[in-house]
Ligand binder design. Sequence first.
Ligand code: SF4
Length: 693
Amino acid sequence: RANDATSPAPTDTHCPYCALQCGMTVTAKAEVAPRNFPTNAGGLCQKGWTSGALLGSPRRLTTPLIRRDGELRPASWDAALDLVAGRLCSIRAARGADAVAVFGGGGLTNEKSYLLGKFARIALGTSQIDYNGRFCMSSAAAAGLRAFGVDRGMPFPVTDLAGADAVLLAGSNPAETMPPFTQHLHKARAAGGLVVVDPRRTPTAEQASLHLAPAPGTDLALALGILHAVVADGHLNQAYVDSRTTGFAEIWRSVAAWWPERAERVTGVAAADQRKAARILATAANTYVLTGRGSEQHANGANMVSAWINLALALGLPGTPGSGYGCLTGQGNGQGGREHGQKADQLPGYRRIDDPAAREHVAGVWGVDPAALPGPGRSAYELLDALGTESGPSALLVFGSNVVVSAPSAGHVTDRLADLDLLVVADLVLSETAAMADVVFPVTQWAEEDGTMTNLEGRVLLRRRAFAPPTGVRTDLELLSGLASRLGLPPHAFPAAAETVFTELRAASKGGPADYSGISYERLRAGEAVHWPVPADDHPGTPRMFLDTFAHPDGRARFFPVEHTGPAEPQDAGFPLQATTGRVLQHYQSGAQTRLVDELNDLVPRSFVELHPDTAARYGLSEGELARVTSRRGETTATVRCLPSMRLDLVFLPFHFAGDERANLLTNPVLDPTSRMPEFKVCAVRLSKVNTA
Ligand code: SF4
């Protein structure tokens, strides 16, 4: 180990990876053990158990790097900061403030997310900031916002699910992505009430009481069919619809035409199974509808989620004790990351950047003129797509994101990065994106810094520092502070201490939908982990939202009319199969961290393509051979894995791998018009054999 423990006793903290933010302890020797936090109740997955390995990774960056003569070479912090600040100033002077862009991440702490948004808007004066959470949960956020008036992924504690008799999981595979979560589904499973919607027979679908496997990209039609069955079979919760919602009559006009037999023709899911799902969900005493990336990462992802929310509203679930609708956010701070201002269209407190009152409030906290705040900028993919073009940014600062692997149409995005005048990356290791940079800053990771995270149930928790960072490594906050001072900002405007930043974040969030003003490090250090909103120091937090009222001015939830559109890129003779992408148990997101952990990487070291044995045979492929998968945007190579449960028209690839094995070389960057989410979950491909001789 390169760094020193700050305490000989184990430190209570949380996992560095996903949105479940499992409670764990880490010892002075970087040994990790689970602790009894509500979301994991003593469980960890393989990623959590091995997370201590990240702290001593020999591939850790410990010095800034500056590209000279084509090579990244070690440099001092002062030299790297001076160089970046000087280049930013000259690019702004030549091309205007929007020539500089910032790209953040859903794994950054709340403090980093907040300071990054503030840095972009007042130190750089640019509107060009967005983050990789746009690729993660933005469709669910948009749909939740329009249905309920506020978006908190799960507006109830995870532990409430343990009382559920029925749970519908739409496009979510927690048995693989967050295994400790599945303990909360035991009762529903035992009661025969676990309904899983997924085109693949995933480990979660294996546990289901009823697995509905729609054709890829047709989930919306399936939701319409089930909703039709709910109404036609007499399960509509009329009293709830009348007293707590608006808009049912408008949506029924389209749902009326989606009887289950029609939905069967589009989705392939038997009408009888749709009716069975409707019956399971409607007759259980306590029912939840939960969505994940499978429903959200589509060109009509916001509408897909709205279709599931419409179903939940028709059943009377949201805001009813013991029932509800929620989104299973993926990234570690997927919820908090979208609340504090690193999103193109938002200011801290989950406020809209085009709302004059929000601008005035935040500008007041920042001590600037509201008129000086930029307006909304480009969304994540649009920003990446514009890099290096005549009208787009020519400098990019990347924090906590590895877009070379994780962005859709990754080959095109890589080309755009190569056209920049200046690429600056802050990361723990030389990720694939950092390897392209002009300047790389080595920054701290989870157990080397204090910081708050907001987990998938809107619970704000403290991830504590347990080790001093290795010599040469600084926090992202110190990096932003150092850059801001070189750009002429006073030191107090960009503090480097997490607790000081959090104190300002509280003030900036006050009165907004995501109100953190009553949360303090003092409360967090005392062991509290409260759900927002927390509008006062003595407020206990809000574990369950919407019990009395929704956040729209009339207090009612809104049905939202939606139409089935199907995948943006249908199969054709040239590209006769569809590809979908997702995660495996052993890896997290772009794999930049988990590919460093031998115990994980040894289990799944390479990409693979999962397909039906008959599909493999059709293309002359057999188990273990290398296949080439080609879409209209690029091609990738992967080892064939034959799986009889796969649909004949579908292949699956994990998106954690680099180089020629990037699944995102294939994916379609067509965007949802509301959420600007790319269609990661379905694109047309063809298969061929890689001649390895
Ligand atoms: Fe828990 Fe997620 Fe970490 Fe696994 S990756 S231990 S499920 S927080």
